[in-house]
Write a protein that binds this ligand. Structure first.
Ligand code: MTE
Length: 322
């Protein structure tokens, strides 16, 4: 039986916790199976990105939404953070073992000034309005969250990336004493993610340090995590300790586990189905005490941020580079 067959589950069960656990168990069991000849495209190189300029008004408009915010209780209890368990409720129930101060992020690779930045230095000099962003976030479900954070670009620029910095690679802490899940083989630790440099420098890409005006809780990726609102949630790497400017497309934890299912770009795209389910609709977290999910709603290209980000992918075959 191939890994692909072993992982087959009906589409309507994809977020069921038991299915998720079984899938992780199977992944661990098949961890030594080679990549099945199915490429998620890491290794090959896509065409160079087009030059895109965004007006300040276009960028600002991406942060506005009049959609109902997802309740704080739901944002903080329905989570994916495998370092604290593979069930959606596990991260919020886990003991508070993560030490979030002092916390520094090491920034290196192709840049003129490699170094470190302390998490508390990130928000210095910003007004409260500059720090709060309302964004829709999508995985198999979606939420609208008032994030507290800083554009990633403003942090990255301090380190002066060189022309060889074509991608940015991110790494999560992997300390089994603070993160019990790291002792399990659900993924190959540390958790890693990557963006193309223009995606990383886009004004909508945030390093978030809080939500609803409060510092991030452990389950949401304290003390700082990525938020890329036009991409699926797994791009939102949590509890980041290292950022590297690299020349080649970096390997990511999910792509490594399932190359056919987690492409490097992972843009929210209703026109490209996941190998095992449609991506045409999503379930919004309902925001009422009695019901977790609202009805399904149509998923919008780039999660509704096409005006701000579609240009980044001009000339790229989004079926191939999903
Ligand atoms: N970051 C780390 N380090 N470990 C993880 O397991 N899960 C990702 C992402 N970041 C994950 C991670 C996935 S699959 C999702 S959907 C989002 O975190 C969920 O973020 P939230 O729990 O704050 O909604």
């Amino acid at each position: 039986m191939s890994l692909r067959d072993a992982l087959k589950v009906p589409a309507n069960q994809i977020t069921d916790e038991a299915v998720y656990r079984e899938r992780r168990r199977l992944l661990a069991a098949f961890a030594t199976v080679p990549a099945l000849g199915l490429s998620g495209c890491v290794g090959a190189e896509p065409p160079p990105p087009p030059k895109v300029t965004l007006t300040p008004e276009q960028a600002r408009s991406g942060f506005r939404t009049d959609e109902t915010l997802t309740r704080f209780e739901d944002v903080t209890t329905y989570n994916n953070f495998y370092e604290f368990g593979t069930g959606k409720a596990d991260p919020s129930r886990a003991p508070r073992t993560l030490r979030t101060r002092p916390w520094t992020v090491a920034v290196g690779g192709h840049c003129a000034k490699p170094g470190k930045v302390g998490v508390d230095d990130l928000l210095k000099g910003l007004t409260p309005e500059e720090r709060v962003y309302r964004l829709r976030c999508v995985e198999g479900w979606s939420m609208v969250i008032p994030w507290l954070g800083v554009p990633l670009a403003s942090v990255l620029k301090r380190f002066e990336p060189t022309s060889q910095a074509k991608y940015v690679a991110f790494t999560t802490l992997a300390d089994p004493k603070q993160m019990p899940g790291v002792a399990w083989s659900s993924l190959d630790w540390p958790y890693r993610e990557g963006l193309r440099i223009d995606e990383a420098m886009h004004p909508l890409t945030l390093l978030a340090t809080g939500l609803y005006g409060k510092p991030l809780l452990q389950q949401n990726g304290a003390p700082l995590r990525l938020v890329v609102p036009w991409k699926y949630g797994f791009k939102s790497i949590k509890s980041i300790v290292a950022i590297d400017f690299v020349e080649k497309m970096p390997e990511t934890a999910w792509h490594e586990a399932q190359p056919s299912e987690y492409g490097f770009f992972s843009n929210v795209n209703p026109a490209v189905d996941h190998p095992r389910w449609s991506q045409k609709t999503e379930r919004r977290i309902a925001g009422t005490a009695s019901k977790l999910f609202a009805e399904r709603i149509p998923t919008r290209p780039f999660n509704g941020y096409a005006e701000q980000v579609a240009g980044l992918y001009r000339g790229l075959d989004l079926k191939k580079w999903f």
